[in-house]
Design a binder for this molecule. Structure first.
Ligand code: PGA
Length: 247
């Protein structure tokens, strides 16, 4: 089954580099596909949006303002603006935002609501820290992160969640398939409770996904795709990951 792949450039990119990377990826039908999207820095949404016009690959944002309406909020980017420039997805609650910007459950709930109201699908990111895992309660931690935003998710037609153990992000230390399967099953059960059985639930794994581990990850029926960071800045890895997703 085809898997969804979202590449997260994080705070990386320059005009020339972005254009070169995308021209290489867009030449490969496995990358220029509806199941692939790139989450780029706000500064480059216009550039990348133009490069993706008429293509299958989707545009995504890495963050969104929690203020619903445009106005006097210097530095903020509203969900309506992101939809206006063609974003299909928006990352919400990435662990780097939780860590460096102390995003609270109330803020994340507002961000999710703003994305849905603007017609985009938020990618709600959850994941336990190493301390949570070592203390023996990784599942409880992640399920609490879903409970905290239940108001924004309940009743939706589609929900997209990325499970990203914090200790696996950017470390090269990928979760085991057993850990992924256990967590994804628990997340899916919790989402059934929150949103109901008729909701279209998509669950991504993220955290050190690379060309050399993605095939094994994608064998898991519990995993519907991947949120990829560092490897998505390397065209060769990107292509391999997109090919694995297409199989
Ligand atoms: P990584 O990042 O693939 O570099 O570990 C994943 C993410 O932060 O989404």
């Amino acid at each position: 089954m085809t898997k969804l792949v979202i590449g997260n450039w994080k705070m990386n990119g320059r005009l020339a580099k972005n254009a070169a990377l995308l021209s290489e990826l867009l030449a490969d039908p496995a990358c220029d596909a509806v199941n692939v999207a790139v989450a780029v820095p706000a500064a480059y949404l216009g550039q990348v949006g133009a490069l993706l016009a008429g293509r299958n690959m989707g545009l995504a944002a890495q963050d969104v303002s929690h203020f619903a309406n445009d106005g006097a909020f210097t530095g903020e980017t509203s969900a309506a603006m992101l939809a206006d420039v063609g974003c299909r997805y928006v990352l919400v609650g990435h662990s780097e935002r939780r860590q460096y910007f102390a995003e609270s459950a109330a803020t994340l709930t507002k961000k999710l609501l703003c994305c849905y109201d603007a017609g985009m699908l938020p990618v709600y990111c959850v994941g336990e820290s190493l301390a949570d895992r070592q203390a023996g309660h990784p599942v409880e931690t992640v399920l609490a992160q879903l409970d905290e935003v239940a108001d924004a998710l309940s009743g939706r037609e589609s929900v997209l969640v990325a499970y990203e153990p914090v200790w696996a992000i950017g470390t090269g230390q990928v979760a085991t398939v057993a850990q992924m399967a256990e967590m994804h099953e628990a997340i899916r059960r919790k989402l059934f409770d929150i949103v109901g059985g008729s909701c279209n639930i998509t669950l991504l794994y993220g955290g050190s996904v690379k060309a050399d581990n993605v095939v094994e990850i994608f064998t898991l029926p519990q995993v519907d795709g991947a949120l990829v960071g560092g490897a998505f800045l390397d065209p060769l890895q990107c292509k391999n990951i997109c090919h694995a997703a297409a199989e």
